[in-house]
Design a protein around this ligand. Structure first.
Ligand code: ARG
Length: 579
């Protein structure tokens, strides 16, 4: 079914034309609706229409209300203040809506008429380095946006833009040739922790030892020239890193397709030539740059996008220009979403601006968003560091969340078997980490606290799962076979708490639309938190088991469970049936 707000907007548009036929085809034909606590929605268009119609807004509102007349969807229309129209939907309509939710595997959410191809680029760590908490945020937020668009029926491409290319590999290979030749030849293997240690040592040696520096530079040349030994060594380094990343993605249940920076390598000379050909390139101190209006550093100097260094090398900017073009021209993206920390905002604004100038994309046909997020802070208010100090290993952090969850589970559910407790803790721990990230507005910094994220009350994953489990419990208690109840019964909302819950369920599609527009996952967490609260109110006020309304109420519970499950799935959270 269409969302209530869409249905109302259509009704109001028709009513506006009926009352004021002179508005046909006019840009003044506005319909403005918003959810409201006075009634269910509010229409504000009378105020906007008053001027072009040369009438007072109250008169306009009265005419609109008359034009709508009686409607089975609407229980009440009330004019308030200067001309706001407060709308109360009918219990019949909301009952029908909820009923349609439980009878449709897609929860009565409409599939778009035209599928879009949407690229979501997220996570994107740098080879030979551990993922850090910033990459964790990117992974969690990006995955949830990808899940949203997948559910909405779009064609989603999940890309991991791994930083797998660059001059740093020269020194790492040179260093490993000396200290770990067996790893480079594939005779023995190692893990990312060792790789990082070598990487740091290599860097120090590079700065201190001119001979080593020279050897490193030769390795870079060999690698860029595609020399087989160098490529093999690089491949081994990538594999070791990949294995460590995959362990984290598995733990988080995140799917990603690796398409690192190296993928775009062959395209870079062509990109530079193309940008030069289009007259966008200026040579400055030997480097090829694109200067764009409006991008300046703190000192007020113009910031260039550097697409080729004076030594002929390409860099981050060049790769991103190539990636943008490839995503539009080859991948045929209708929409591209980049998820990184807010520190990269200027970089992306410049890439997008240069991409527009080069004709790689037209904002009228392709929507591109840089989805940014703030820092992860520790409970001390400083940038997050794990207990071990400077090397914050993400895998440790996730495992520690599970350990914290296990302690809570053991305390609250001592009757469970150990394996059940462990299973539950694995879900709760990871859910808690994801939810606490997604529930804070992504542009603000967020505080990482195991204690807070695992609380049983308030806006937490645990609180929501608890509500979800409660519903499963009700179903068990009334021993309802949902399929049977669906056959013989229908949802009929009567009690104000049922109606409030029904309205909220009907608004799920509105939240999905808003989320698709502004890409703020906390809209979904807010929605689900509210859903749990409204469900708890209903459960407090309305008896389910043994009441004359048992069938309708069981079905209402089923709609809540299905909606909550879907909402949590979009956030990347797993649900449990008992806890
Ligand atoms: N590898 C980068 C980092 O760790 C993030 C890459 C973001 N994506 C991009 N297309 N530049 O900071």
């Amino acid at each position: 079914m269409k969302t209530p707000i869409t249905t109302l907007a259509e009704k109001f548009k028709a009513a506006t034309l009926k009352a004021f036929p002179q508005l046909e085809g006019s840009p003044d034909l506005v319909v403005e609706l918003s959810p409201s606590t006075h009634g269910h929605y509010q229409a504000n268009s009378a105020m906007k229409l008053a001027k072009p119609l040369k009438q007072n807004p109250r008169q306009v509102a009265e005419a609109l209300v008359r034009a709508i007349g009686t409607d089975p969807l609407i229980d009440k229309l009330e004019i308030a203040g200067p001309g706001f129209i407060n709308i109360t939907l009918s219990a019949d309509y909301l009952s029908q809506f909820v009923d349609s939710v439980i009878r449709d595997p897609h929860l009565s959410i409409e599939i778009p008429q035209k599928k879009q191809r949407i690229i979501v680029e997220f996570s994107s760590p740098n080879t030979a380095k551990e993922l850090h908490v910033g990459h964790l945020r990117s992974t969690i937020i990006g995955d949830s946006l990808a899940r949203l668009f997948e559910f909405l029926g779009h064609d989603v491409v999940r890309l991991n833009h791994v930083g797998d290319w660059g001059t740093q590999f020269g020194m790492l290979i040179a260093y490993m040739k000396e200290t770990a030749p067996d790893v480079l030849s594939g005779k023995s293997t190692t893990d990312l922790t060792h790789l990082m240690t070598w990487y740091k040592a290599a860097k120090a040696k590079f700065d201190a030892d001119p001979e080593f520096k020279k050897r490193s530079q030769q390795e870079v040349v060999a690698l860029q020239g595609g020399q087989p030994d160098a490529l093999k060594a690089w491949g081994i380094i990538c594999d070791i890193s990949r294995k460590a990343y995959q362990e984290i993605y598995d733990l988080l249940d995140v799917k990603l397709n690796e398409r690192g920076e190296s993928f775009y390598n062959p395209m870079l000379p062509g990109i530079v030539a193309d940008l030069e050909h289009k007259g966008l390139v200026t040579v400055s101190d030997g480097a090829k740059c694109i200067f764009l209006e409006g991008f300046r550093n703190r000192e007020g100097n113009i910031l260039p996008l550097m697409i080729q260094k004076s030594d002929g090398g390409y860099n981050y900017d060049t790769t991103d220009m190539a990636a943008l073009r490839h995503r539009i021209e080859t991948e045929k993206a209708d929409r591209i979403i980049y998820v990184t920390d807010v520190g990269q905002s200027t970089h992306f604004q410049m890439i997008f601006e240069a991409g527009k100038k080069a004709g790689y994309y037209d904002p009228a046909n392709t929507r591109i968003d840089h989805v940014t997020f703030g820092l992860v802070l520790g409970t001390d208010g400083k940038k997050f560091r794990s207990r071990s100090g400077d090397t914050e290993k993400l895998i440790d952090l996730l495992n520690e969340a599970v350990v914290h969850a296990l302690a809570i589970v053991k305390e609250r559910s001592p009757e469970m078997s150990e394996s059940e407790q462990q299973h539950l803790a694995e879900i709760l721990g990871i859910d808690a980490v994801k939810y606490s990230d997604l529930s804070s507005h992504r542009s603000s910094d967020y505080t990482f606290s195991y204690e807070r994220m695992l609380r049983f009350d308030g806006n937490t994953a645990v609180f929501l799962l608890y509500a979800y489990v409660r519903i499963a419990g009700i179903k068990r208690k009334v021993q309802a076979d949902i399929e049977e109840v669906k056959k013989k019964g229908k949802v009929k909302l009567e009690h104000p708490s049922e109606i409030a819950l029904g309205l909220h369920l009907a608004q799920f599609g509105e939240v999905l639309d808003a989320l698709a527009r502004d890409l703020l996952p906390n809209r979904m967490t807010d929605y689900l938190y509210e859903l749990a609260n409204k469900f708890n109110a209903f459960f407090r006020d309305c008896r389910v088991e043994g009441s004359p309304q048992q069938d309708s109420r069981v079905l209402l519970c089923e709609a809540v469970a299905a909606t909550m499950h879907q909402g949590l799935t979009i956030l990347g959270l797993k649900t449990v049936e008992r806890m």
